[in-house]
Each structure stands twice: as C-alpha cells, then as structure tokens.
Design a protein around this ligand. Structure first.
Ligand SMILES: [Ca+2]
Length: 291
C-alpha cells in the first residue's frame, strides 16, 4: 500500500511537472506590441518573445537556422525565393496533418513595408470589425531590437522567432492566412488589399497565389514566403520574400503524453532505484520489496 500511494503520488507529481512544461510560461506580452488594427480586426493573441518557452527557444536556436539556410539555398541571384513545384504545399488547401497546438513564428522578410498577417479556419473568409483574426498587425523587423509601432508611428516590433499562439487545431482542420500590404497603416476599408492563401478570396481580384508554402528540410514547420504586390502592380517582382512566417503544430500527443507513458517511465525509474539501493549495504529496503 505504501508503494501504491507513493506510486500514485509520484505519477501525479510527474504528470503535473511535465504538463507544466506544455503550458506557456511566457510573460503576458512582448515588450512592444503593434497597436494597429487594420479593418478593425482584433488580434488572435499577443505576440510572444522568441525565448518565451522551450518550443520557441528550440525554434530560435535550431529550426530558424535551417529555415534561413533553406531560403538562402532557394534564392536566386536576383533575390527571388522559389521552390520546385513538387516540393511545395498548396496553401489554398492546407489542412492540419495532426491535432495539436498551432503557433505562427515570424521569420523575417526583405520588405520595408509594414504588412499585416491574419488567419482564419475552414471556409471562413469573413473579416468583420472585432474578429480576432490578426496574427501580426505589423510584420516588420530590424532583426535586433523591437520598436513600438502604431498606425501613426510605424516601428519594427518583431524579432525573428517571435510568435503568436493560434490555439488548438483539429486533425484535418483547414488553416487559411491572409496578408494586408501595409496593413499597419490601417488602410480604409475598400482600400486595403487582401492576399489570401486561397486566391479566389483576393481583393482586388488577382488570380496569383501570393504565398509559397514548403516544409524546409530538417524542420517540422510549414514555411510561407509572401509576395505582397498585385500581379499587375508596376512594382510587382514575384520574389515571394516580402514576408516569411512559419506555422508549427505541436502534436497534442507530444504536448501532453498519455498517463500510461508516465506509469511505464516511473515504474522503470523505481525499479532502477531499487536495484541501486539493493547494491548498497546498510541501506533500508526499498518499498517495492516490502509491499
Ligand atoms: Ca515582392
């Protein structure tokens, strides 16, 4: 009985400890948050800093380097990012390959504009004031320091690796993104361009797919490279490097392992502990042998 009580206690403790690791322990918000709200949309969540939890630190220290190398390897001398079609993922039809917690990392971009990024799920392409669909109100950076950004004083609020939680997603759930060019300047409704991952939703009409999506080698993320100009815009260059973001879905099974996993682990650890105690003379018997 002693062992059973201890066993349950240890298991509960370990589950609680391990679950703590899955709960975001980051501070309430990053030092600087863009306050622009194009189209009156609300934010999905506040931007979190790139060292806010284990997953973001891993992204910043390991995955980000792979992404940057991948982009470099697939950027032409002229500066255009391109990937063979057979390696691309169709952003218009992308659905979550696993159930889990989704987040979007800011990776970077070459553009000096202050584009906004948003997202929706399923076939919801509506953008009504107050809808919490903004991911990064101002997706711009100077790489090193955050500076405040509002529609009147545009700054550079992000650093690569900063992220926004989208929350739980179900297996097979469709995830759409949209880009609002210079959205941080809060263009008037009707003036704001909208480039959706489903080009049929673009405003004004533009058949171009403005997002190129791919899973870079050595990563577990879906990278989106964006082209922010209308295909008929005189400044259109089709380089798909105006904004890079990465979608990561942390599988629910990995985030919160089944209790049975811990039971097996704890049993093994206790077994090893008992063996070690038995190997040491003058020590008390372990509880397993007493029960
Ligand atoms: Ca471009």
């Amino acid at each position: 009985m002693v062992f059973i009580r201890m066993y349950h206690s240890v298991v509960k403790g370990m589950i609680a400890f391990c679950m703590l690791g899955t709960i975001n322990l980051y501070s309430a918000d990053a030092e600087v948050q863009a306050t622009s709200r194009p189209l009156g949309l609300d934010v999905v969540n506040l931007v979190q800093k790139n060292d806010s939890d284990a997953a973001s630190i891993n992204f910043r220290d390991n995955i980000l380097t792979n992404i940057v190398n991948y982009v470099d390897d697939h950027t032409s001398i002229q500066g255009s990012f391109s990937v063979p079609v057979f390696n691309q993922v169709d952003p218009a039809t992308f659905t979550a390959p696993v159930a889990g917690l989704a987040r979007v990392y800011y990776v970077g971009g070459t553009n000096t504009r202050h584009n906004s990024l948003g997202y929706s799920r399923g076939n919801d392409f509506s953008l009504n004031p107050g809808d919490p669909k903004l991911v990064f109100p101002d997706a711009s950076t100077n790489l090193f320091t955050r500076t405040a950004s509002s529609s009147s004083v545009l700054g550079q609020p992000l650093i690569p690796g900063d992220f926004v939680e989208l929350g739980p997603v179900a297996l097979g759930e469709k995830i759409n993104f949209f880009l609002i060019p210079d959205g941080a300047e809060e263009p008037a409704p009707g003036q704001a361009e909208l480039w959706w991952t489903d080009p049929a939703q673009n405003f004004p009409s533009d058949a171009l797919q403005h997002a190129l999506a791919v899973v870079p080698a050595g990563t577990d993320i879906l990278l989106y490279g964006w082209e922010d100009r209308h295909s008929l815009d005189q400044q259109f260059d089709g380089d798909f490097n105006d904004l890079f973001i990465a979608l990561q879905i942390i599988p629910t099974s990995a985030a919160v392992p089944e209790p049975e996993t811990y039971l097996i682990l704890v049993s093994f650890l206790l077994f090893v502990a008992c063996i070690r105690k038995k190997q040491k003379p003058q020590k008390a018997h372990c509880s397993i042998s007493n029960s």
